[in-house]
Design a protein around this ligand. Structure first.
Ligand SMILES: Cc1ncc(COP(=O)(O)O)c(C=O)c1O
Length: 482
């Protein structure tokens, strides 16, 4: 199928450029106009129909569906009115790749949006008391440009907290505070890689890491994952990767925990090849049964690991506060580059979070949220098992994190279910989008749904799940039609 034609038509339908009930050109005419094979257009039309964007009417062609969700259409109209979109030709090739590959969702709140913590539970009174006391008489050095990796008080508090909770072995100087994990990956790519270098990424994996690496000219190589984490080669390699990006405590998005044997082998290979491992430990504070999984960084002394952590899941994503834990040999270079590229700041926020941790509020909040999310997860799992059956929960969905993965039958389009669910006010993300398009010798993209439970009040879970089931049935019924 021609992805570009598919995306163009889909976007035009979503943003209202092609109004509901409009008849699409006959496949023969469109193919002739675009100079492409008629079959290509036929496939694109079939895909749009399978996903519910169009309907075919016997003998009279293909029409844009008139049942698209209103908020899709409205948000499209808003987008169009405010459009300051530069012509595609004015973008760099890199710009086009970034824009065309973009996967971040504009929807970030509501059942079952994955990866979103319950921000309504954030203890804002305690936090605002700390913030107000800091603003009563702000120290001038907290309001200027910063330098050196972020406020020392926060890096000290974090080093202690990480040693206790994540078995991280570091001095506070090894911590560098960033505006989110993406900035940390960007810094690693710029400082440690040349354009054209290879980075191994998990497949399926975190699209954000893939986008940031690719934007830096790095060739991402998808590696299949199984119940022990990323597949590693048994044979020697001619061209080993410069970077290896992994989520060993909770594989994103499927959920496996990397086995100890695989961790040891990964570390040994990275040492042998001179590669750097990027360990993204994005949500491991939330493990509901068993003991916390120690991180890769602390497994061996002087491990070739750059650890990424974030406050997005434990406090709130809008805070934009994350951190790198660097090997000692990289600290000076990263501090200098960070100050040079991004002009550090946000020291008042660092100071507030440092006090929040030091006074014990952080650990207490994480503990409380762990219990809350554990209950919500159990409710959702119970519903899945009762209403669909146990085979639907992905086999690696471990008892942790803010989301789980629901497996769909291979012939049920996850994009279509996401679309149908949205029309019923339910947000989810399609698993197939988390796969890299490049062939990696692994399994083809699975169809599935990422369901976030952390931000859904218990009182809403069952009702929203029923709406999701209706969407599944609707898509299954449509699939049944010739
Ligand atoms: C696997 C993974 N890593 C990192 C992040 C992003 O962290 P941050 O909000 O700090 O950029 C996310 C966000 O959803 C994620 O899913």
């Amino acid at each position: 199928m021609n992805q570009r034609l598919y995306r163009c038509l889909r976007e035009a339908i979503l943003d209202g450029s092609i109004a509901a009930d409009t008849r699409l050109p006959a496949s023969r005419d469109l193919a002739a106009e675009l100079g492409i094979a008629r079959n290509t257009v036929v496939h694109v039309y079939a895909q749009l129909q399978a996903e519910g964007y169009t309907r075919s009417r016997q003998g009279s062609g293909t029409y844009v569906a008139d049942t698209l969700p209103d908020d899709y259409l409205a948000s499209g109209r808003r987008k169009r009115q405010a459009s300051t979109k530069p012509a595609r030709s004015s973008l760099s090739e890199r710009g086009v790749r970034i824009v065309e590959g973009a996967s971040a969702s504009p929807f970030q709140w509501g059942a079952f949006m994955p990866g979103v913590p319950d921000v309504t539970e954030f203890p804002h009174r305690k936090f605002s008391r700390i913030v107000s006391s800091l603003w009563r008489k702000p120290a001038p050095e907290l309001l200027t440009y910063a330098h050196g990796g972020g406020l020392p008080a926060l890096r000290e508090a974090l080093a202690q907290h990480l040693a206790l909770t994540r078995s991280i072995d570091c001095d506070p100087e090894q911590i560098l505070l960033t505006e989110g994990v993406h900035q940390g990956i960007d810094l690693v790519a710029r400082i440690l890689c040349e354009a054209g270098d290879q980075a191994w990424i998990e497949n399926p994996g975190y699209w954000g890491a893939r986008s940031v690496l690719q934007a830096n000219g790095i060739r991402t190589v998808p590696r299949a994952v199984d119940e022990e984490g990323m597949h590693l080669p048994a044979e020697p390699l001619d061209a080993p990767p410069r970077l290896i990006f992994v989520t060993p405590s909770h594989q994103y998005p499927l959920g496996a925990v990397m086995s100890l044997a695989r961790r040891r082998r990964l570390l040994a290979l990275a040492r042998q090849w001179g590669s750097w491992i990027i360990e993204d430990d994005y949500d491991s504070e939330f493990r509901f049964t068993g003991r916390p999984i120690p991180c890769l960084q602390g497994l061996e002394p002087d491990a070739p690991v750059i650890y990424l952590g974030t406050f997005s899941k434990t406090l709130y994503p809008g805070l934009r506060l994350a951190y790198l834990v660097l090997p000692k040999s990289l600290v000076g270079a990263f501090q200098a580059a960070h100050g040079e590229l991004y002009r550090e700041g946000h020291l008042m926020t660092h100071a507030a979070v440092a006090i929040f941790i030091a006074e014990g509020h952080y650990a207490a909040h994480v503990r409380r949220m762990r219990m809350l999310y554990g209950r919500r997860r159990a409710m959702l799992v119970n519903l899945i098992e009762r209403r669909l059956g146990p085979g639907w929960l992905h086999r690696d969905s471990s008892d942790a994190g803010l989301h789980l993965v629901l497996d769909l039958p291979a012939d049920l389009s996850d994009e279509a279910v996401v679309h149908a669910a949205h029309a019923r006010g339910v947000l989810t993300r399609p698993l197939s989008r988390y796969y890299d398009a490049a062939p990696d010798g692994g399994e083809p993209p699975r169809q599935g749904l990422l369901l976030g439970y952390a931000c859904v009040p218990e009182a809403d879970i069952a009702r929203k799940f029923e709406a999701l089931l209706e969407s599944l049935s609707e898509v299954a019924r449509r699939r049944g039609k010739p």
